[in-house]
Design a protein around this ligand. Structure first.
Ligand SMILES: [Zn+2]
Length: 144
């Protein structure tokens, strides 16, 4: 998102509000000039459809993703805000330019982003989103 003051491309999210299921108001701070501006983002123009393991399709919901990231990072002092993590995952998903995306894709990308934040958060998310119910799965994951 380009800064409206200095045209810099890099900004961080300092606050997010979910207005509807498909719309988000984000308060951003420019990483170069430090000024703040607000963006309204909506996925209505290009709604991603999520297919889960049972082949049930539903519209992608940022709030749902944010909830699982909040959960995974709850006890972790990562220094990265939930909003920024969600923003990163979402832009990675959008850059795939797919209309339809599987929950598996989302989990993969989320893990990839989370591992840079905290191993613990990554592990919590992994256990929460896979059918891993034993330590072998966790060990395989750690050793991959
Ligand atoms: Zn700026």
């Amino acid at each position: 998102m380009k800064c409206i003051f200095c045209s810099n491309n890099e900004s961080k999210v300092v606050d997010s509000r979910y207005l509807k299921d498909t719309s988000i108001r984000r308060r951003r701070e420019c990483l170069r000039c430090g000024k703040r501006f607000t963006t309204y983002e909506t996925v209505e123009t290009n709604p991603m459809v999520v297919t889960n393991v049972d082949n049930v399709r539903e519209p992608f919901k940022t709030e749902k993703l944010a909830e699982s990231i909040r959960y995974a990072t709850y006890c972790v002092d990562s220094g990265a805000s939930v909003d920024n993590i969600v923003d990163k995952i979402e832009s990675r998903l959008l850059s795939l330019q797919k209309q339809e995306i599987s929950t598996k894709d989302i989990v993969k990308i989320a893990l990839d982003v989370l591992i840079e934040v905290s191993n613990m958060a990554c592990l919590v998310y992994y256990i929460q989103h896979t059918d891993c119910d034993n330590f072998d799965g966790v060990r395989r994951f750690i050793n991959r």
